[in-house]
Design a protein around this ligand. Structure first.
Ligand SMILES: C[S@@+](CC[C@H](N)C(=O)[O-])C[C@H]1O[C@@H](n2cnc3c(N)ncnc32)[C@H](O)[C@@H]1O
Length: 191
């Protein structure tokens, strides 16, 4: 049976793979990289071509990248070989997630929203583990599909039982300084 998101994202990565591979990791991860442990197990969730997983692997973490798109993950493995780092990948549908409890030292979720992952991330992180989460937030609720966009403040509420290290917002503005796209950012540690 075909999966719509897999077909859509496989198509994008087949057409524009190098565009995705050449993007930079989100500034949030770079800015808070000093919090990362020097070793341990990290999950790059909805990794795509694993920009963020590769960043973590280059800092000594053992990384598992999960995504619905096997094409994105193949590009991720190619980049890992080129950069001489180790990255494990698995195709998986994060709309129906399950992961073992107390397993990961770090979880990163960038530009992807699947609310079913919230309790799973909470459970799958070890005590003291770090969560980096950034994805798009609603600007115009009339136009945006609620399943793909956060409500303002939603991440902070969802992970209120964590120690919140950073909660922020990043915006792309038009030429009249009005936001055309915005994301919310969370860096938090499991208690
Ligand atoms: C905007 S891309 C972000 C990729 C990467 N996190 C980044 O920031 O570059 C969204 C990713 O979510 C993946 N995706 C979409 N639906 C998914 C699902 N149900 N389960 C797992 N991955 C999914 C897509 O294949 C795609 O790689």
């Amino acid at each position: 049976m075909a999966h719509d998101a897999a077909a859509r994202w496989n198509g994008r990565y087949t057409k524009d793979g190098s565009h995705w591979q050449n993007r930079r990791p989100r500034q949030l991860l770079v800015e808070f990289a000093h919090l990362l442990p020097e070793s341990g197990l990290a999950l790059d969730a909805a990794a795509g071509v694993a920009l963020h997983g590769l960043f973590l692997a280059e800092r000594g973490l053992h990384v598992i990248a999960l995504d619905i798109s096997e094409v994105g993950l193949r590009l991720a493995r190619e980049s890992a070989i080129k950069r001489g780092v180790w990255l494990e990948t698995a195709v998986c549908d994060l709309a129906h997630p399950w992961l073992p409890a107390n397993y990961f030292d770090v979880i990163v979720n960038f530009r992807f929203l699947e609310r079913a992952t919230f309790p799973m991330y909470r459970q799958a992180l070890k005590q003291g583990g770090l969560l980096f989460f950034e994805t798009f937030v609603k600007i115009d609720p009339q136009k945006e599909y609620p399943e793909h966009y956060l409500d303002p403040g939603e991440l902070q509420t969802a992970f209120a039982d964590f120690d919140i290290i950073h909660y922020g917002r990043a915006e792309i503005l038009d030429d009249q300084s009005r936001p055309i796209k915005a994301s919310e950012q969370l860096v938090a540690r499991k208690r």
